[in-house]
Design a protein around this ligand. Structure first.
Ligand code: SF4
Length: 413
């Protein structure tokens, strides 16, 4: 059995893009959440928190005795500083988070002046890559460093050995930038959307109909793959560190962070559930359960790599040449309400027909059901249901299991 080290109680940290995602994260096993108001944190275009819905989410997290981190990790221009101070007042007086995630040194100072009791975590955007830098931020008053994805396991270990009394957090799952986390202007250049203001358009993952040859390196072509939709030359694979949770924990990581505040409810439930099990198994001294990989592969992904954990990935390793994500299972719907026995209101996500067999995923188990009937909310019988056409009532034939709200329905691709 692995002993929980002081300051190293492992924490599964989930993205919270809206109130519903907090509910789902809680149900599927997250210990902590990171969230922020659109103007002051990354992922601002897909984050629809208002002050009211944010407070509902905060209350829910508090009631469940979980941890809350507020993201204030943009690099603000001078004209945003006053608004930032106002927001900080709201965060201090109303939200009272367990910590604030910050990247910009000016914002760091500002928080220390206006919210002196705040616990400060250095964002991944701050690119804290070595132990001297960690020491620097510790001296300034930071209590946790979110280490860049670009670090190798041996470098994480070196940081922990040199500065053992600071918490280290690491992204273990999700999309990665083709540049140093967020430090690129591609999106600004192509769309006017600034990646360091939380509004990156992910231009590196778009289709491009060009190929690359550097002028001074004739003949050294950068691999450009093409499918029927287009060409993808900057499209990185996704990171999955499920098999390395124990290595990361032994190297000093205490917080395992999942990327994706703008990803689907299904992604959140599946990934949180898989990492919850991996962490619990590690703490119980069990071997890594390889079937968890199948679970995360059932969500949309660009092929998984272990990031930079064992060295700089080669071009072939990191580059995902196709545009369409891989996905072993299709997200068919999310259960919203039990209407009657074996009759559920479902938020439909993909086309389904009466007679289809679906897999139900709950926090505790996965099992199969057969759709016997599809109804609209007025009770009219339908032959099929479509994603985006509104909620539908699904009846399941002969099911004996409990299907909770936020159970996910999926189907093999
Ligand atoms: S365009 Fe791509 S590499 Fe640049 S910040 Fe956005 S996600 Fe990262």
């Amino acid at each position: 059995m692995i002993k929980k080290k002081k300051n190293l109680v492992p924490e599964l940290l989930a993205p919270a893009g809206n109130l519903e995602k907090v509910k789902i994260g809680l149900m599927y096993g997250a210990d902590a959440f990171y969230m922020g108001m659109p103007s002051f944190s990354m992922r601002s275009r897909t984050n629809n928190f208002t002050q009211d819905s944010l407070m509902e989410a905060v209350d829910l997290i508090r009631k469940n005795k979980k941890t809350l981190y507020m993201t204030m990790n943009i690099y603000p221009r001078g004209n945003k500083i006053d608004a930032f101070k106002k927001h900080l007042k709201f965060v201090r007086e109303v939200v009272k988070p367990d910590a604030i995630i910050v990247a910009d040194p000016g914002v760091f100072e500002l928080i220390k002046e206006h919210y002196p009791e705040a616990v400060l975590h250095m964002s991944v955007q701050a690119n804290v890559l070595n132990y001297r830098s960690v020491e620097f931020w510790k001296k300034q008053g930071a209590s946790r460093i979110i280490l860049p994805r670009e670090l190798m396991l041996s470098e994480i270990k070196e940081i922990h050995e040199n500065v053992p009394d600071i918490e280290l957090e690491f992204f273990v799952h999700g999309a990665i930038c083709m540049a140093y986390s967020g430090r690129c202007l591609l999106s600004n250049y192509m769309t006017g959307r600034d990646s360091n203001q939380g509004i990156c358009a992910h231009s590196c993952r778009w289709k491009y109909k060009v190929y690359l040859e550097e002028e001074k390196r004739p003949g050294e072509m950068i691999a450009v793959d093409e499918d029927e939709h287009g060409t993808y030359f900057m499209n990185s694979k996704d990171m999955c560190l499920l098999p390395y949770i124990k290595d990361l924990y032994d190297s000093g990581i205490c917080s395992f962070k999942i990327e994706g505040r703008n990803k689907s409810e299904y992604y959140l439930a599946t990934v949180v559930k898989a990492y919850r099990k991996a962490i619990d198994d590690m703490l119980a001294g069990k071997k890594f359960d390889k079937t968890l990989i199948d679970e995360v592969e059932s969500t949309a992904n660009r092929g998984f790599i272990p990031g930079y954990l064992f060295g700089f990935p080669s071009k072939d390793d990191i580059h995902y040449g196709a545009g369409t994500p891989l996905q072993k299972k299709k997200f068919m719907g999310m259960v919203l309400e039990e209407k009657n026995k074996n009759e559920y209101l479902v938020d439909i996500k993909n086309k389904l027909l009466a007679g289809d067999k679906l897999e139900v995923m709950t926090p505790d188990e996965n099992f199969e059901v057969e759709v016997s009937e599809i109804l609209d909310t007025e009770g009219n019988v339908l032959t099929e249901a479509h994603g985006g056409a509104g909620n539908r009532v699904l009846k399941f034939k002969g099911n004996k299991k409990t299907i909770p709200v936020y159970a996910m329905l999926r189907m093999k691709c």
